[in-house]
Design a binder for this molecule. Structure first.
Ligand code: CAA
Length: 283
């Protein structure tokens, strides 16, 4: 791709991470979010992470400054400009995503790619709402984006081979390891991860062990970097519930039913780290 630029829609946890990763790899990034506070918080967090990387001597102060300079922000989607790649990373709501994707498709260059970072919404369904479903793809990043190596490259029913090949190249170009899979509920990552998290919540609800004990067992016994309940807090309990609902509905199997405690915690707005309270409390 000659023009190293990318548009990112959404400045939340995932959008800001994606913006940082592309900017650190030399791309000019234009990030859109309609909520000014989200942009402010995203830029503040990126600055903090880059500063920490400089302190740890992972990057130079000049690189950190250049990375920040490459990230431009726009409060209006129509100002995002034209890019060979636009990645949507907004809330997991199909209606909102489709509305933004329809608006964004004209901002992708003629042979450009429109991608969604959705963690569970059908890529085929999102693609069908655009004029070029062959140039639409899932580019699923993982939290924290600057740290996690994987990009799950999700091929919708109509995604072309060329789009898949170019997306793989792009993911590698920003230092990630792309792994391809077909569009199916939960793809691979969440089809496997979410039942484990859900089962851990059932075990907690049934009083089998305290939250810390459940997490310690999985960390120390299975060598997971964090336990399933702490991970659910990191991902967001609302996101976990949404994904489980998709799996339950679209795969039609009882084994994916969301744990009632998960539902209750979401109703109580105990969403994990983002509300400072989930299975654990955060300062
Ligand atoms: N943003 C950026 N960098 C971060 C970070 C964040 N939020 N949190 C930690 N880091 C960095 C640290 O700066 C540190 O960097 P260096 O090695 O360069 O010093 C590195 O990550 C390790 O951090 P720590 O030493 O503080 O802590 P740790 O070793 O316990 O690692 C962790 C933290 C990387 C989050 C690790 O616990 C981990 O890998 N957890 C599992 C995360 C995971 O499974 N993510 C996927 C979630 S699923 C998803 O995102 C998709 C979906 O569809 C739901």
């Amino acid at each position: 791709m000659a023009n190293k630029s990318v548009g990112v829609i959404g400045a939340g946890t995932m959008g800001r991470g994606i913006a940082q990763v592309f900017a650190q790899s030399g791309y000019e990034v234009t990030m859109h979010d309609a909520v000014p506070v989200a942009i402010e918080s995203a830029m503040g967090q990126i600055e903090k992470l880059l500063k920490r990387a400089v302190e740890k001597e992972k990057i130079s102060a000049d690189d950190a400054a250049a990375t920040q300079k490459r990230i431009h922000t726009v409060p209006k989607l129509s100002d995002i400009g034209r890019h060979p790649l636009i990645i949507e990373a907004v809330i997991e709501n199909p209606d909102i995503k489709i509305e933004l994707l329809k608006a964004a498709q004209s901002m992708v260059t003629d042979d450009g790619i429109l991608a969604s970072n959705t963690s569970s919404i059908s890529i085929t369904q999102l693609a069908a709402a655009t004029d070029r479903p062959d140039r639409f793809i899932g580019m699923h990043f993982f939290n924290p984006v600057p740290v996690m190596k994987l990009v799950e490259v999700v091929r919708g029913l109509q995604t072309s081979d060329d789009t898949v090949a170019r997306t793989i190249t792009l993911a590698k170009d920003v230092g990630k390891t792309p792994v391809e899979c077909n569009d199916h509920p939960g793809f691979i990552s969440n089809r496997v991860l979410m039942p484990m998290i859900n089962e851990a919540i059932f075990a907690y609800q049934e009083g089998v062990a305290e939250a810390e004990a459940i997490d310690d067992i999985m960390k120390l016994g299975m060598n997971h970097p964090m336990g399933p309940l702490a991970l659910a807090d990191l991902i967001g309990l609302d996101v976990c519930l949404f994904i489980l609902e998709v799996l339950h509905r679209d795969l039609g199997e009882d084994r994916y039913r969301p744990c009632p405690l998960l539902r209750k915690m979401v109703q109580a707005n105990r969403l994990g780290r983002k509300t400072k309270h989930g299975f654990y409390k955060y300062d």
